[in-house]
Design a binder for this molecule. Structure first.
Ligand code: SF4
Length: 383
């Protein structure tokens, strides 16, 4: 493994373990009493300038809204639900003790550590358990289906909750492309907890359908993630070595103005003082330039609904007529015929489906990125 990261041991007794409230209210980065820059594992891969603001005592100017806090708390509340679902599917799990969560830390350089609190550790259901009634869930539901033979090593289990589109994106693109920070997080937890690189698991729940899935990140990919964490935070460590905890010696920005990361950054107004005003001005300009008024939009919705309703009966009649013709053609054994001056064809088509879960499991993320590309489009839906 090329990374220079190393585990940091923590006492397991409750005497030094932090209370849950303190643990999860930690800033994304802070400077310890001994001068060590301690970065929260879940903040790895965010913006290093934002970490600097947090560590050097800047006060947040754009704290999370009540709605954002509710989303976050709902996600936290669902974690035990996901772990119970995994247990029913045959996983042997040890969830973190909510009152005394055990930290996992790795050292990046002499003055920088990363610390977090894993959701759980666990062992995946092994094939020999398949006969057990507890593991009656088909093994095919797991992403590790086609991976090398599973071992019984205990691994880190990280739980995430996502909306339907993020869940689908995760399944389609795999963890490294869709949620690289989550991979970094489990990599840190793995080395910090076991002192070695192992496979790690990220379980994801779709908050709309309540479907869940788990992606196993094999040990070599965990090692690659640790290398990335080491390189990314190594630069911040070098900055810290040069400047100490100087609140004015800001590292360069990791994100461009207007990005979603900046829009949701707690230090937005400090970092980009004009951003809020510009955003408001942009919005006003957009509305002023818009050639469609609210009344026209309302009228368009009404017209759309009327047209859709008008099409309902003809569409139903069309489907019924086609079903009759399909039955007729099959009975005749004909692929093409002429009826009442119209050519009627029985068209056969084959659809090809890609099992993205299996694809994600067997392909390296870089190769996967060449094969599975992402294209965004825009359309209007009225319901
Ligand atoms: S506003 Fe953007 S660039 Fe500035 S600290 Fe926040 S995330 Fe980084």
């Amino acid at each position: 493994m090329a990374t220079t990261t190393s585990p940091v041991s923590h006492p397991t007794s409750g005497s030094r373990a932090e209370a849950r409230a303190d643990v999860y209210a930690r800033p994304s980065a802070h400077v310890d009493e001994d001068g060590t820059l301690d970065v929260r594992a879940s903040a790895v891969g965010t913006c290093r300038r934002a970490l600097w603001y947090a560590a050097t005592g800047h006060q947040p100017t754009n704290p999370p809204t009540d709605a954002a806090l509710t989303v976050m708390e709902a996600g936290n509340a669902l974690e035990p639900v996901v772990l119970r679902a995994m247990a029913r599917a045959g996983w042997t799990l040890t969830p973190a003790d909510p009152s005394v969560p055990q930290p996992a830390s790795i050292r990046i350089d002499p003055h920088v550590v990363v610390t977090g609190h894993p959701d759980a550790t666990g062992r995946r259901p092994l094939p020999q358990d398949a006969a057990s009634p507890v593991t009656a869930t088909p093994a095919s539901m797991f992403l590790f289906d086609d991976e090398p033979p599973a071992t019984d090593d205990e691994m880190i289990v990280e739980v995430k909750t996502r909306g339907p589109s993020a869940f689908k994106r995760w399944r389609t693109l795999g963890a490294e492309r869709s949620h690289p920070t989550a991979v970094a997080q489990v990599a840190v937890y793995t080395l910090g907890t076991f002192g070695a690189v192992r496979d790690a698991a990220i379980a994801v729940l779709d908050t709309a359908s309540r479907a869940w899935d788990v992606e196993i990140i094999p040990a070599p990919r965990v090692a690659q993630a640790l290398d990335r964490v080491g390189a990314w935070l190594g630069q911040l460590g070098a900055h810290y070595d040069r400047h100490g905890a100087d609140p004015q010696a800001l590292p360069t920005r990791d994100f461009a103005a207007g990005s979603w990361q900046c829009r949701s950054c707690p230090f937005l107004a400090t970092c980009q003082p004009g951003a809020a005003t510009e955003a408001t001005a942009d919005a006003v300009t957009e509305v002023e330039d818009a050639p469609v008024s609210a009344a026209e939009a309302q009228a368009a919705v009404a017209e759309y609904a009327e047209a859709r309703d008008a099409l309902k009966v003809p569409e139903r009649d069309k489907r019924a007529a086609l079903a009759t013709l399909k039955a007729w053609m099959r009975r005749q054994g004909a692929a093409k015929t002429t009826i009442a001056g119209h050519t009627v064809s029985l068209v056969q088509s084959t659809r090809y489906a890609v099992d993205h879960r299996k694809l994600n499991a067997i392909l390296d993320p870089a190769i996967r990125a060449e094969i599975v590309s992402e294209r965004a489009s825009e359309f209007v839906r009225v319901s």
